[in-house]
Design a protein around this ligand. Sequence first.
Ligand code: KIV
Length: 261
Amino acid sequence: MASKITAPKILAKKHSGERIVCLTAYDFTSAAIADESGVDLILVGDSLGNVILGYDTTVPVTLDDMIHHTKAARRGVNNALLVADLPFGSYNSSTSQAVDSAVALMKAGAEAVKLEGDYPEAIEALVKAGIPTMGHVGFTPQSVNKFGGFKVQGKADSGQIVNDAAKRLSDAGAFSVVLELIPAELAKQITNNIHAATIGIGAGIHCDGEIQVFHDIMGFAPKVYKHTRHYAKGGELFRGAVSEYSQDVRDGKFPTEENSF
Ligand code: KIV
């Protein structure tokens, strides 16, 4: 069995040039699949608002939602680093609010937390409290209303804003920073400029690692977004299995003697 991954080990991978594999998971089964497959970092992302709870955005996700799913994922993870997202509104008011919310996620089984946006003071307070923290810059989905949609950030002159924010988060003690939907060249510059490990999603090939949403790589959505790749035809496979099961029940082909006691 591989040795347990910790936040310092994730950072060390950057500095030894080892690529970092990250994936979201929101429940026992998907977390166990990711962990058993050797993923380094499993994120209980607030993207559960989209793929599990069916919201259009992550804005409605609550701290209680995150605690519930963190507890479930925890039971499936032995080796990977388990990180939980601080949801919108659970860290934005003050550093003490950030610490209180993060403590609740750590007590639910997280080993680190992630927050979106330019909040270096919160990161400093969390690290001081003993909580390894990831930042997240570029397109930050909790701010979709501010951005006016799901749009690539950091193009042309605004690249400096993203670069500076990533540097502030790293200097504040973040062990890692997610770079979402930014030009690949900007992600390369940030990766070279900051101490923290950069984890890309829609940020090109030069980040220290990559994160994807479990449901995206499994192909549950019919559309293949530019930033992702389907590694399975999950939607087709599951719909086919449910149709076959339904037909068998209707035709009296399941259950059979074999399934009876
Ligand atoms: O919530 C999430 O899944 C995320 C990743 C996509 C980085 O924040």
